[in-house]
Design a protein around this ligand. Sequence first.
Ligand SMILES: Cc1cc2nc3c(=O)[nH]c(=O)nc-3n(C[C@H](O)[C@H](O)[C@H](O)COP(=O)(O)OP(=O)(O)OC[C@H]3O[C@@H](n4cnc5c(N)ncnc54)[C@H](O)[C@@H]3O)c2cc1C
Ligand code: SF4
Length: 326
Amino acid sequence: MRSFTHFDANSIEEACEILDEYKGKAFLNAGGSDLLSILKGDLLPNYPDAIVNIKTITGLDYIKEENGFLKLGALVRLDDIVRSSLLNDNYRILKEAALTVATPQVRNVATIGGNLCQDTRCWYYRYPESIGGPLNCLRKGGSRCFAVKGDNRYHAIMGGKKCFAVCPSDMAVALTALEGKLIISGPKGERSMAVADFFHPLGNDLSFNEIIREIEIPACNFSSKQTFLKFTLRKPVDFAIVSVASIMRVEEGVCADARIALGAVAPFPVRAERAEKLLLGKPVSEGIAAAAAEESLAGSKPLSGNAYKVQIAKTLVKRAIMGSNN
Ligand SMILES: Cc1cc2nc3c(=O)[nH]c(=O)nc-3n(C[C@H](O)[C@H](O)[C@H](O)COP(=O)(O)OP(=O)(O)OC[C@H]3O[C@@H](n4cnc5c(N)ncnc54)[C@H](O)[C@@H]3O)c2cc1C
Ligand code: SF4
């Protein structure tokens, strides 16, 4: 690692001020489970002059229900989510998703804010110095995406523009199905945005001086079946090849409400709205589940090496829908 100035922030405001002062040359550190490996690997063209530790901000690790919302402070650890009894019923998809992330050791330090902001896992982007990296691809300011003509077996099958790396966050997929919102703090105050809109083709919506303070989820008060399914190559620790989060209410065999989100298929979590519409008011059956699965992937455009992901995604969507009828 190279040297940098280290700050322990006492408040969100102080952390934003330091970020603002360093004009993009200071990085936030929460659990450090992603950031430190990036710094150690010297993967980025711009090494930070300063690191701002936000774990020293007290009171930002709450999980509470308030004014019709479930609220999670940005410093809630994935392990807190796994253990929270408040999430046992209406928000259990968060627990299911968190349980699929990494190992207990990683979940014990990794925060929900860091999970949403973690950097891409594209193997060209992460190509380490020890074997000839780093590679200056388009996402790092270079002129081309190595995945387009290279080995793109793990890349996007839809929604790719310039960069075809998929969003690696499992929590973003569950939060998209729950219609979660981010509360973002910056020097000019606060703003909010849907988790589903947070991800950009080359990163996310945060400015260099902004911080996610809270995640808000509208009360999910219909009694629903919530399912998070994740296909990985290595079990039990691996990033998703495809994941699906579904929240469905089925009354007397008929779909009364459906939300389906797909992960690791695009640079952002994908809400399968056309499939949801197709399901609404229909008896849940193998046939309608297969039709909804087809609809979910209707916009897919696989690259040379990843058409297999389309079939995996269809299968997971179908399984999630059929599971909701049990
Ligand atoms: C072995 C291993 C396996 C993994 N498997 C999975 C997996 O299967 N699924 C999955 O989803 N993830 C997986 N991960 C990634 C892991 O979930 C993330 O590393 C972790 O969630 C990041 O959280 P953190 O608090 O440690 O973030 P940090 O490493 O501290 O930060 C990550 C990034 O987020 C920024 N950041 C942190 N908090 C905030 C905030 N509040 N506002 C704005 N920016 C912020 C930091 O500046 C940094 O850029 C894995 C990681 C490892 C090491
Ligand atoms: S997919 Fe994105 S991160 Fe990967 S090489 Fe292409 S531009 Fe870089």
